[in-house]
Design a protein. Sequence first.
Length: 59
Amino acid sequence: MKVKNRYIIAMIVIAVVLLWEQTKPAPNIWIRVIGVILFFYGMMRLSAKTPSKNEENEE
């Protein structure tokens, strides 16, 4: 499995956990904070692999 696929799966799992946590009567703030930090870190890692629109193709 490629690293990119692992990050995508991890982001989906984190998003599901965060949404599930919101449905509780008293959501745990620490789970939400850590989940958001992990989600943003994972998105940063995924977007770092995406090429910029401004890059010129050297073909």
